[in-house]
Design a protein around this ligand. Structure first.
Ligand code: HEM
Length: 499
């Protein structure tokens, strides 16, 4: 026996008489304009898409929780981080950067790692990547960088020449491109990669002491990567490999988890630290600031509806709860504008009222009206200050996170360099001291594979001589040999030998 099924209705809840046939004049006659149900159905269908995210389009996600495993009260007063064993519900969205919805998951790329913590002090969104650094350090260059990874204006094709042109003219990208061209650019799955804040944030404790922090979410599945060949084979087998892998793992109760480890820098250290600690193209070496485990994130629930909970999810870098703040990292400060702006464009000004984005605490403010608003303030006053009740901000209880800025002239300028601020030191150390010989061989192969596709000779030369040879001379020489180029060092050696 089948259960009684509800009768189909229009969106107004009015029962309809057929799921199959439009209203016509007799069986062979024309359709009628008064078929309001057909018109509603076709009109709604044509409006099913919202604009895509401008990048990080292809993704997937799941719900879960964050659990505190250590006492962090000496560094932050954030309520959700205080209390060993405390759990906060979460949403995580993992994504590729370039490429549209439907793009192959395993193509070489950085992966997005966006997290929403539904805390008792409002939503905290931490929007990171699977890499600890980024390609550019000033928001001014960000749209140009993304354009260079997208499609050509004339052919609509992606183009490696454009990518290498931008990267080699932007030496600050060398660290991130070294990671991207290593096998970390092709993770085996989203479960097998780490997540990083990449940016630097501020923590503040109850006594008002401030710290600079970086977040590291270490995969408890272990880091596993595809080789370039494996990633390309998977491209032919399953375009949605990452999305499927995460869904299947959670469906079989094999819940992926990550350990949150923090790098914490005392406030005063920033001024004289050997690298500019707010430059997102740099890591803080762990021997200077070891990582401290403080919590664990587990993903244990698949979405019920992909569109409502993953596509319409909006993560906003500006959503920081008391005890957490931004830092002088220019990228964070630029990003604090961009995400809510994008979400308003995609889902309208009331996107925070969608169930997936709605905080789990009450919202009190004087915003009103706009398309699709359904949380109303009743008859409370619609302005502040007012004499008739309604919310009132208390500056004694809440302060904006702040740091001291020395008086200076307003200007457009690069960051003040610190002692060791050089774009090639850290990628060189990564190549020589962190990578194994196999990692280095794969890096060379991956760079050659990428750099030999459609990249013009002068840009190949610049990539080898002005970029990779500066990361490491041996790497430059290996690439030059493979590409049939001569580096200045090789030319000097030939000259000395009289060849
Ligand atoms: C100034 C530099 C940046 C700007 C202007 C920018 C802007 C944006 C915008 C507009 C979106 C789309 C948001 C939406 O429609 O919901 C986005 C998505 C994203 N961005 Fe950035 N971004 C910047 C740098 C970064 C950096 C440094 C990271 C990583 C550390 C990052 C990680 C992400 C991720 C993971 C997403 C996807 C979020 C999701 O899953 O919904 N972005 N970004």
């Amino acid at each position: 026996m089948t259960a009684q099924r509800p009768n189909t209705t229009t969106d107004a809840g009015i029962p309809v008489s057929s799921d199959e046939y439009s209203l016509t004049v007799g069986p062979s006659g024309p359709n009628l304009l008064q078929d309001a149900y057909l018109i509603e159905k076709l009109a709604h269908f044509a409006r099913e898409r919202v604009p895509d995210r401008v990048y990080h389009v292809k993704g997937g996600g799941a719900f879960g929780y964050f659990e505190v495993t250590a006492d962090v009260s000496q560094w932050t007063k954030s309520a959700f981080l205080n209390g060993v064993g405390k759990r906060t519900p979460m949403l995580v969205r993992l994504s590729s950067v370039a490429g549209e919805e439907g793009y192959p998951d395993t193509d070489r790329d950085v992966r997005g790692f966006a997290m929403k913590f539904y805390t008792e002090e409002g939503n905290y969104d931490l929007v990171g990547n699977n890499t600890p650094v980024f390609f550019v350090r000033d928001p001014m260059k960000f749209p140009d960088f993304i354009h260079s990874q997208e499609r050509m204006p004339d052919s609509g094709l992606r183009n490696n020449n454009m990518q290498w042109d931008f990267w080699t003219l932007s030496p600050e990208s060398a660290h991130q491109v070294t990671i991207l061209m290593s096998d970390r650019g092709t993770p085996r799955s989203w479960r097998h990669m780490n997540g990083y804040s990449s940016d630097t944030y501020m923590w503040e404790n109850a006594a008002g002491e401030k710290f600079w922090v970086k977040y590291h979410f270490k995969t408890e599945q272990g880091i596993q990567n595809f080789t370039d060949a494996e990633a390309k084979a998977m491209r032919g087998e399953d375009l949605d490999h990452y999305r499927r892998d995460l869904w299947d793992a959670i469906a079989r109760n094999d819940y992926p988890s990550w350990r949150l480890e923090m790098q914490i820098m005392p406030y005063e250290d920033a001024v004289n630290y050997r690298f500019n600690p707010f430059d997102i193209t740099k890591v803080w070496p762990h021997k200077d600031y070891p990582t401290i485990p403080i919590g664990r994130m587990v993903l244990d629930r698949n979405p019920d509806n992909f569109f409502a909970q993953i596509v319409q999810a909006a993560f906003d870098v500006a959503n920081m709860v008391p005890g957490i703040g931004p830092s002088p990292d220019r990228m964070v400060l630029g990003r604090m504008f961009a995400y809510a702006d994008s979400a308003r464009y995609r889902n309208g000004p009331n996107y925070m009222q969608l169930p997936v984005n709605r905080p789990r605490v009450d919202v009190h403010n004087y915003n009103k009206d706009g398309p699709m608003r359904y949380r109303h303030n009743g008859s409370q006053p619609v302005y502040a200050p007012n004499s008739y009740g309604g919310p009132k901000a208390d500056p004694q209880r809440y302060r904006d996170p702040s740091w001291f800025v020395a008086a200076a002239e307003i200007m457009r300028a690069a960051y003040q360099p610190h002692r060791d601020d050089d774009d090639f030191i850290q990628p060189g150390t990564l190549y020589r001291q962190v990578m194994t010989p196999t990692d280095r061989d794969h890096l060379v192969g991956n760079i050659i594979g990428h750099l030999s596709q459609e990249v013009e000779r002068p840009i190949q030369e610049r990539a080898v001589n002005d970029y990779w040879a500066k990361v490491d001379p041996d790497l430059g020489t290996r690439l030059a040999r493979e590409l049939g180029l001569v580096t200045p060092a090789m030319a000097g050696a030939q000259h000395a030998r009289g060849t």
